[in-house]
Design a protein around this ligand. Structure first.
Ligand SMILES: Nc1ncnc2c1ncn2[C@@H]1O[C@H](COP(=O)(O)OP(=O)(O)OP(=O)(O)O)[C@@H](O)[C@H]1O
Length: 304
């Protein structure tokens, strides 16, 4: 694999405040990475360092083979960036806005129409940005970030303001880019929606990296219990509890639903027993820890 981004022991201070603290990270070609952390954890600072908009006080950064602070034109053309708050000239149309950014990136105006179509703004391209909804401006921002087929895409809170259908569409665009080999770093607080799309999750807290791995890796490291949910036949709930030896280590969610928290070592045996009660247990769901739960786990561990 080729590493598109390498940060080694990067420190960035704003006065006495340390925004990133000995932060090391490697991002490979074709990876989608979720960067998560509380407000003020240092996510935007990290993105700005990778873009070369600010310089580190210590440590080294290499982006697409060069130091981003050098502002290498070839590297800049291969970067796409969607800032947290997109600010466009409201008097320009969507098409004029994208044409402007395309020229800045040395691309022909021919890409504009396709990009507008791609983000679902084909028909609105002739309207002034001032008349766009927040979601439309966000999509225009994404189109701007996609100019020039970037090899590295940095998206800061990209789905804020998008409705569920547009979020879905947004992640489909991200998946297609990843399949073409683009590295996509997404900073977000919307953990649930990242679950199906992120190859890796990096959790930041107070400028430090406190977890880094696939969701499965994080589940293994956290070794949190899974929730097993059983649906019983009507009137059979108590029998099932007795058969399975559940002595209060479970919750009744309804007259026919029980939930049990089990460590991975106990999970298979329990499911086996429950499945054997085939007249009484109608359904078994295994709910592994969600990204929200893992996030809380790692942050609590940090606090401890
Ligand atoms: N230009 C600046 N001057 C002074 N302090 C700053 C500056 N930019 C960021 N900081 C501080 O650095 C820390 C990290 O901020 P940063 O914006 O990187 O966090 P974040 O994780 O992106 O937060 P959010 O989720 O709220 O966007 C915070 O304590 C913030 O107050």
């Amino acid at each position: 694999m080729t590493s598109n981004v390498k940060l080694d022991a990067v420190v960035k201070r704003y006065g006495a405040r340390v925004a990133t603290d000995q932060f090391s990270l490697v991002l490979e070609e074709g990876e989608t990475i979720a960067l998560v952390g509380h407000n003020g954890a240092g996510k935007t600072t990290l993105i700005k360092l990778v873009l070369g908009l600010i310089r580190p006080d210590a440590g080294t950064i290499c982006v697409l083979g060069s130091d981003p602070a050098r502002g290498d034109a070839e590297v800049r053309r291969s970067l796409g960036y969607l800032p947290e708050n997109v600010a466009f000239n409201l008097a320009l149309t969507g098409r004029e806005t994208l044409s402007f950014y395309a020229r800045l990136k040395g691309e022909s105006g021919g890409v504009v129409r396709d990009l507008l179509e791609h983000v679902g703004l084909g028909e609105a391209g002739g309207r002034r940005v001032g008349t766009y909804s927040k979601g439309m401006r966000q999509r225009l921002g994404l189109a701007q970030a996609l100019i020039g087929k970037p090899r590295l895409l940095l998206l800061d809170e990209p789905t804020t303001g998008l409705d569920p259908a547009l979020r879905q569409h947004f992640y489909e665009i991200v998946r297609a880019l990843r399949d073409e080999g683009c590295t996509v770093l997404i900073s977000s607080h919307a953990l649930a929606e990242m679950e199906g799309y992120a190859d890796r999750v990096v959790i930041m807290d107070q400028g430090r990296k406190i977890a880094d791995g696939s969701i499965d890796d994080l589940r293994r490291i956290a070794s949190m219990p899974s929730r097993i949910r059983l649906r019983t036949a009507p009137g059979e709930l108590q029998q099932v509890e007795t058969h399975l030896g559940l002595n209060g280590c479970h919750r009744r969610l309804s007259d026919t639903t029980i939930e049990v928290n089990l460590a991975s070592s106990q999970k298979i045996q329990f499911i086996h027993h429950a499945a054997a009660l085939e007249d009484q247990v109608l359904d078994i769901d295994v709910l592994p820890p969600s990204l929200d739960e893992l996030y809380a786990h790692f942050l609590n561990g940090r606090a401890a």
